[in-house]
Design a protein around this ligand. Structure first.
Ligand code: BES
Ligand code: ZN
Ligand code: ZN
Length: 459
């Protein structure tokens, strides 16, 4: 794609900072110094300057990388802005930094044009990736492209049956096992909450499952909220809140993206991926406020609001996961608007029932440079989920601390002794940044992957 495996005849890209630029220029010909000045190149982040050779070729490229810059995004604008050709980075970066920068180059080239009739087939620039880094780099790009594509695909093209096909295809690609439970069979197999949320849709609810890896390896279960469209149900969302709800399967996209990372890098993990895939639709058969739902765990849930549907489909998946006695469960969900109010749209919120694991995840976030932020599972708020008629209410009528009460709800379905991480993600960029266009986005995967490699597998 945007990489080449040869270093010969490549144009060097030379990172310089505002501080190092004068020094770098000091022994260069006057014509270069003039050129850099005339182009107003100050070595600010993402600024670049093509230096021509006497025969009209590009001799090399100066790239601004400020001293405190995140190297991951240093090359991210170049892959869409440089002329076609072969390039290499000429830097003192560490292998880890080069890996990140190459991933950023690839992510910067992302476009979503599947539904546009006019496509531009431009010849793209290629960059040299050292062979020993190639798998790592491409695995991240493939995984993040998968996450973005799944989220960006409109809901009428990404219903539970399409999510199922995507997972089946991924399973085939990596020799994993795929199975699913569809429609009324969910009742026979005891997934009543998933069925209740999804039954109003023309697109029957599904429970998707993929397993991969040697059974002697540490057992990891990934769960993703796969609400293919969230209308809110009978508690219908106002239009401005419904507008982006094709992204409500973003948790499922994250689970599949992380699974592909694990499989492509062949981590020594026994992996299981579980996705409750439903549409939260409205019809005569829709579940209602005040209804009491059965769950796989046996606990009964009174519905306060049909828009708090994600936690309902997740609770059956969590009970199923916990019964497999895994070493760790990680769930991903576009679960609450409240998490976005708390930390904004760009910082993923997470919760854990194990402080030691949370500490390790925080360490992993420091080394990966990708922020994730823990919120407390403050048990004293559990009273907000008290129901007069069932075991628990699906959401707090009070409204404050909504990300915490959602996590507390899920926690009721995870036995204390099962290690668990819960990510409440936006899965969407509201603004464009280098390498991160507006639209569907993977959040937290660099940090979680680093945690899995450094702590989950080595402890
Ligand atoms: N999918 C939404 C949450 C969401 C909204 C995530 C916007 C990211 C951006 C979820 O199903 C939902 O509607 N949650 C409600 C819960 C409330 C009814 C307790 C919310 O957050 O408003
Ligand atoms: Zn909802
Ligand atoms: Zn939702």
């Amino acid at each position: 794609m945007f990489f080449s495996d040869h270093e010969k005849n490549t144009t060097p890209i030379i990172p310089v900072s505002p501080e190092s630029l004068p020094q770098w220029l000091s022994d260069k010909p006057d014509s270069w110094q003039n050129w850099v000045q005339k182009n107003n190149f100050q070595a600010k982040n993402h600024q670049f300057c093509l230096i021509p050779s006497s025969d009209g070729q590009i001799d090399h490229i100066l790239l601004g990388v400020e001293n405190n810059a995140d190297i991951t995004w240093a090359l991210a604008k170049l892959s869409s802005q440089l002329p076609a050709g072969d390039y290499r980075v000429d830097s003192h970066w560490t292998e880890q930094e080069i890996t990140q920068a190459m991933i950023g180059w690839g992510l910067g080239a992302y476009t979503f044009d599947a539904f546009q009739s006019e496509k531009t087939f431009e010849d793209t620039p290629h960059i040299y990736v050292p062979p020993q880094l190639f798998t790592r780099v491409t695995s991240f790009i493939n995984a993040i492209y998968l996450v973005r594509d799944l989220i960006n695909t409109p809901a009428n093209h990404m219903m539970p049956e399409q999510l199922s096909s995507v997972m089946a295809k991924l399973a085939r690609q990596f020799g994993a096992n795929f199975s699913e439970i569809v429609g009324d069979a969910l009742l026979e197999e005891n997934f009543p909450a998933i069925h209740a949320v999804g039954r109003a849709s023309q697109h029957p609810p599904r429970y998707l499952e993929m397993t991969w890896g040697d059974t002697t390896y540490p057992r990891l279960i990934l769960i993703g909220k796969g609400v293919c469209f969230d209308s809110g149900g009978l508690d219908i969302k106002p239009s401005r809140f419904m507008r982006l709800m094709k992204k409500d399967m973003g948790g499922a996209a994250h689970a599949l993206g992380l699974a592909s990372l694990i499989m492509e890098n062949n981590l020594a993990i026994n992996l299981r991926v579980l996705i409750p895939a439903v549409e939260n639709a409205i019809s005569g058969d829709a579940f209602r406020p005040g209804d009491v739902l059965e769950t796989r765990s046996g606990k009964t849930i009174e519905i306060d609001n049909t828009d708090a549907e994600g936690r309902l489909v997740l609770c059956d998946a969590l009970s199923d996961a916990a019964s497999q006695n895994p070493n760790l469960i990680i769930d991903f969900a576009t679960l609450t608007g409240a998490a976005r109010v708390a930390l904004g749209t760009e910082v993923p919120v997470y919760f854990s029932n194990n402080e030691a694991i949370a500490e390790q995840l925080n360490q992993a976030a420091k080394s990966s440079g990708e922020l994730v932020w823990q919120l407390p599972m403050y048990a004293d708020y559990l009273h907000q989920l008290h129901s007069d008629v069932a075991d628990i209410l699906n959401c707090s009528p009070e409204g404050y601390g909504g990300a915490i009460t959602a996590a507390l709800f899920l926690n009721e379905f995870v036995p204390e002794e099962i290690n668990w991480l819960h990510f409440d993600v936006m899965a969407w960029n509201n603004r464009e940044r280098a390498g991160r266009p507006k639209g569907g986005e993977a959040m937290g995967l660099f940090t979680i992957f680093s945690y899995l490699e450094t702590y989950f597998l080595l402890s």
